[in-house]
Design a binder for this molecule. Structure first.
Ligand code: 2P0
Length: 352
């Protein structure tokens, strides 16, 4: 009898926010970066993607594979998505070849249904959680015996930053040197339990889709910015080293300084791109000044800002400094144009 069963698996994946930023590809096809990067994984209570993968021989073959993202059909024909499908199917097919009693899931059309609980493509790392959940949902469906590190190799091909969302805590994406990308994968620098007091305050300045996509923006930077060469050869390697030491020592002042300097360096290379790319706006710059005011008022470093490819701020701080940071921050921002009332949406998140 024909197998008409629907096979199904679900997973969630968290957002990660880089404190040493990925920006630039040395191989756009394999999504190999020009530098290593390091991120903090946020709690899934606040920001996550939930994805269900299913497959069935009863799904009409001409339909092919499909993805419903936040209720809307989404294109899966792109090379990056196709690379993920191909890698996962090949691993499943190898299992099926080794054990003929397994159902032939690798030959069936796949349906993915994915939902974010935060704005998509607003510089809140939606592609990171999205591709991490996409890859893990299919790996679970296929019952692949793959470690998070192996899955990170596949997720990287979907979206670079996604490889870091397969781990919790403090996560490094090592750029690697192999031409086939086999050593360009993520590893956990420390679990969340190593420094459980870490918190992130996310300030949404704009939930609009960003003007310049990361994928095209970073390649314009690679092609045109002289400052970028300094960043990948000197600035980032030093920041990676300092950041790993700061995390190992749970040294917040050092963590904060590297975080802010690396965000500034990344946005400086964006400004040095020709034509220049501006992700931060006046509201973002007001948030930077507010962090400086919070630190000055405390007499020590209690808060660190970072900005990705959009105007929204992420503020890192420690649980014991919540009153100083969150309290003061809302008070200060209440008096600044752009962050007021409906345009200021703050979410606090622990580290997962
Ligand atoms: C990061 N960003 O490290 C940096 C900081 C944005 C600024 O990773 O082309 O969406 O899909 O590999 O991962 C955004 O880039 O780019 C990003 P693709 P991705 O988080």
């Amino acid at each position: 009898m024909a197998d008409t069963k629907v096979y199904r698996a679900s997973t969630t994946a968290p957002v990660n926010i880089a404190v040493v930023k990925y920006w630039g590809k040395r191989d756009p096809k394999l999504n190999l970066p020009t530098n290593s990067s390091l991120s903090v994984t946020l709690s899934q209570a606040d920001l996550r993607t939930l994805t269900t993968a299913s497959c069935s021989a009863a799904y009409p073959a001409p339909e092919g594979d499909s993805l419903l993202l936040n209720g809307e059909p989404s294109d899966v024909s792109g090379a990056r998505t196709q690379a993920c499908f191909r890698e996962l199917r090949a691993r499943r097919a190898a299992l099926e070849a080794a054990d003929p009693s397994l159902p032939k899931l690798s030959t069936m059309p796949l349906r993915l249904v994915s939902e974010n609980n935060f704005p998509t493509a607003a510089g809140l790392a939606s592609s990171a959680a999205g591709f991490a959940a996409f890859v893990r949902a299919i790996a679970n469906l296929y019952e692949l015996p793959a470690s998070p590190s192996e899955l990170s190799l596949i997720a990287r091909q979907g979206s670079g930053s996604a490889c870091r969302s397969l781990f919790g805590g403090y996560v490094a994406w090592r750029m690697g040197s192999a031409p086939d990308g086999s050593d360009s994968r993520a590893d956990q620098v420390a679990p969340a339990s190593h420094w459980p007091e870490m918190r992130a305050l996310i300030l949404v300045a704009s939930a609009a889709k960003k003007g310049v996509s990361s994928t095209s923006g970073m390649q314009q930077t690679v092609a045109t910015s002289g400052l970028f060469r300094e960043r990948i050869t000197t600035v980032v390697p030093e920041n990676m080293d300092k950041m790993e030491k700061a995390i190992a020592a749970r040294d917040f002042a050092a963590f904060a300084e590297v975080t802010m300097r690396d965000s500034n360096s990344f946005h400086a290379t964006c400004a040095d791109t020709y034509p220049p790319i501006f992700y931060m706006n006046d509201v973002s710059r007001a948030a930077i000044r507010a962090v400086e005011a919070v630190n000055a008022a405390a007499g020590r470093t209690v808060a660190a800002y970072t900005f990705d490819a959009g105007p929204n701020a992420v503020i890192y701080y420690l649980e014991q400094d919540t009153a100083a940071v969150v309290g003061t921050f809302y008070h200060l921002l209440g008096g600044l144009d752009g962050w007021k009332a409906d345009s200021l949406k703050g979410a606090q998140s622990a580290v997962a």
